[in-house]
Design a protein around this ligand. Structure first.
Ligand code: COA
Ligand code: AMP
Length: 633
């Protein structure tokens, strides 16, 4: 069937379409119907089914006689390790850890936080939770202790599973002291922690609270898969919103299984047994969906890569992994390729490897800039496919369904909406806009299966953040347009979220941290364009009158504060001390105008600006910091 036919089938009969896709999943009891719309605008899919995610991701492949197939390849240039885990081994490891959690009292519905680097044990921990219906919440290793503490207080986990350390190029990141700090800061205390000790740094354990990974599993009965209902949360994943309080995106079990399984063939064009590689981190949604769940549910081989695109050991690492493990579909963020291109602009290292297995490269997580796409097309000679999605949806909203029909690529567009997504461009009043016009991107409800039904313990916030601005629609927070051919273009965020090296961050959260500095009277954080990371946060701070701190001391302290409170992942290194912030007469800070000045873009003097002269001061201050670095369009 063509893309158009499949899209129309899902639009005309969503329930029938997804009920057919659901046949690819093993149900303990199938749902009595596909869509629950009684509580619209809250929708749920396959709510009364009984099912287990781990069974579908692991056990069923063993039962089908594919236990010997490689489930995971761990490739870690930072530890010089390559190892393989078969589906049978993955089942046994998962059942053993799940049994240990059960023996310590973890039952279906309990939350478990996972704070681990890119090692196979992170996948085992996620699947072990899924096996017994525990709800995991994975926290990215680049976050600071206080961010971990916020998540502990929100998710109130019974247990935390952590690695002793992560490995960043040139340094070991000790996770255990961060974990101990986080538990100290948090009001909620987990009953116990399981620590996977890595030889690069063995952590000290707190007797009675912390248990070593192997010890806790010794002598326990392996756990069977526990069926849960279709609407049971498979996991909670926190993502940045406009404030310092992250949003706990809830992933519903049944829809997640159905939708992710559908994407593997239709979007990524892989068949069971093919090697699929998403170079991301299990702490992000890409890692949840495409390092862990989707490839395993579909019976593929997935790669857990512990390294960076450059420097581990060189800019040929991606090519080595692809050739060594015969990767068919490769997925990463554009920033990773920008890093490679910067070091090896001629792509000389590509020639050292046989990349004949590689059929398609997929990009997501941030805007894919045309330069990078063209460079990749030229150097790799395979289709480079941009696709757009969000933590909230868990998989592609708009993409090019390569397994269904390879649509012509238009550089700058992630192509077209996927089946189930009725994407529209709306003006401020919620009216549909004509092709080519820029507006808010919204998706007509209901969203397809697998997308977020709510936010963890925050239904009001869910309604307010996503469903209120445009009644009957999900507000994506992105702005863009649709052209005459139905191709979508993602232009900018409409909120305070920025995208730094493919990582979603909240400028509001950084402002909260800066405002806590005793010498800072007021502040604003904006995202400025960066040729490597896409965007970088830049803070403007105004000091209290009478402050005797030097500018450079304030800058150093602000940078240290954000690193300490949010984490190194914020990449917050630019601080500009100014006398006043540009504001409207009603006191609203003109962040968008500051972004235009920093990026060297033309801007209109806001009619409501309080004092236009401030913009010249901002321009001078930014020039002193080297901005605009390059004129962008
Ligand atoms: N644990 C601890 N610290 C981490 C970390 C982790 N898991 N991941 C990143 N950090 C640290 C980095 O070491 C760096 O610290 P530094 O300030 O001391 O140098 C800081 O957080 C910023 O990291 P990052 O923005 O990733 O910059 P980088 O210079 O280390 O790497 C890229 C730049 C482009 C190579 C890297 O961001 C990358 O590979 N991105 C791929 C994109 C990706 O995975 N996106 C996920 C969504 S698809
Ligand atoms: P995250 O929730 O971390 O996946 O970030 C989602 C946000 O990243 C989206 O709302 C977009 O702003 C941005 N994004 C993701 N993919 C793309 C893409 N292909 N093109 C442009 N922006 C993207």
């Amino acid at each position: 069937m063509s893309y158009a036919e499949v899209y129309a089938a899902a639009a005309n009969d969503p329930e029938g379409f997804w009920a057919v896709q659901a046949e690819a999943i093993d149900w303990v009891r199938p749902a009595s119907k596909a869509l629950w719309d009684e509580n619209a605008p809250l929708y749920e899919w396959f709510k009364d089914a009984k099912v287990n995610t781990c069974w579908n991701a692991v056990d069923r492949h063993v039962e089908a006689g594919n236990g010997d197939r490689t489930a995971l390849i761990y490739d870690s240039p930072v530890t010089d390790t390559i190892s393989k885990t078969s589906y049978l081994e993955l089942r046994d490891q998962t059942a053993a850890l799940a049994g240990a959690l059960q023996a310590k009292g973890v039952v279906a519905g309990d939350r478990v936080i996972i704070y681990m680097p890119m090692i196979p044990q992170a996948i085992v921990a996620m699947l072990a939770c899924a096996r017994i219906g525990a709800v995991h919440s994975v926290v990215f290793g680049g976050f600071a202790a206080s961010e971990l503490a916020v998540r502990i207080d929100d998710a109130t986990p019974k247990a935390i599973i952590a690695g002793s350390c992560g490995i960043e190029p040139g340094r070991i990141v000790e996770y255990k002291p961060l974990l101990d700090d986080a538990i100290n800061i948090a009001s909620h205390k987990p009953e116990f922690c399981v620590i996977y000790q890595r030889e690069q740094s063995v952590a000290s354990l707190i007797t009675g609270r912390d248990f070593e990974w192997n010890d806790v599993q010794s002598g326990v009965t392996p756990a069977e898969c526990v069926p849960v209902s279709g609407d049971h949360p498979a996991y909670i994943l926190y993502t940045s919103g406009t404030t310092g309080q992250p949003k706990g995106v809830v992933r519903p079990t049944a829809g997640h299984l159905v939708a992710l399984n559908w994407t593997m063939k239709n979007i990524y064009n892989v068949d069971p047994g093919d090697v699929f590689w998403a170079a991301s981190d299990v702490g992000w949604v890409v890692g949840h969906s495409y390092i862990c769940y989707a490839p395993l549910i579909h019976g593929n081989t997935t790669i857990v890569f512990e390294g960076k695109p450059v420097g581990t050991p060189d800019a040929g690492t991606f090519w080595r992994v692809i050739s060594e493990h015969k990767v068919k579909s490769f997925f990463t963020a554009p920033t990773a390729f920008r890093a490679v291109k910067r070091v090896d602009p001629a792509g000389a290292l590509i020639k050292d490897y046989d990349l004949s297995s590689l059929e398609v490269v997929y990009l997501a997580g941030e805007r894919a800039d045309p330069d990078t796409i063209e460079w990749m097309q030229d150097k790799l000679g395979v289709p480079i496919i941009d696709h757009w999605w969000q933590t909230e949806t868990g998989y592609t909203i708009a993409g090019n369904p390569m397994g269904l029909e390879a649509l012509p690529v238009k550089i700058g567009s992630p192509t077209v909406p996927m089946p189930g997504y009725d994407v529209q461009i709306l003006d401020e009043g919620g009216h549909k806009m004509a092709p080519g016009q820029l507006g808010a991107i919204a998706i007509k409800l209901p969203l397809p299966p697998g997308t977020l039904p709510t936010l963890w313990n925050a239904e009001e916030r869910f309604l307010k953040s996503y469903l209120t601005t445009f009644p009957g629609y999900y507000e994506t927070g992105d702005a863009g347009m649709i052209d005459e051919d139905g191709y979508l273009y993602i232009m900018a965020r409409t909120d305070d979220v920025i995208n730094v090296a493919g990582h979603r961050l909240s400028t509001g959260a950084m402002e909260e941290v800066l405002a806590g500095h005793p010498d800072v009277a007021e502040c604003a954080v904006i995202g400025v364009s960066d040729p490597l990371k896409g965007q970088l946060p830049l803070g403007f701070v105004c000091l209290n009158s009478g402050s005797e701190k030097s500018e450079s001391d304030v800058q150093t302290e602000c940078i240290a504060r954000v690193r300490d409170k949010i984490g190194p992942v914020a990449a917050f290194k630019l601080v500009c001390v100014i006398d006043r912030l540009p504001k409207t007469r009603s006191g609203k800070i003109l962040r968008a105008t500051m972004v235009s000045i920093a990026d060297g873009k033309d801007y209109k003097m806001p009619a409501t600006i309080d004092d236009p002269a401030i913009l010249d001061e901002i321009s001078d201050a930014l020039r002193g910091m080297g901005y605009p670095a390059q004129k962008t369009d």
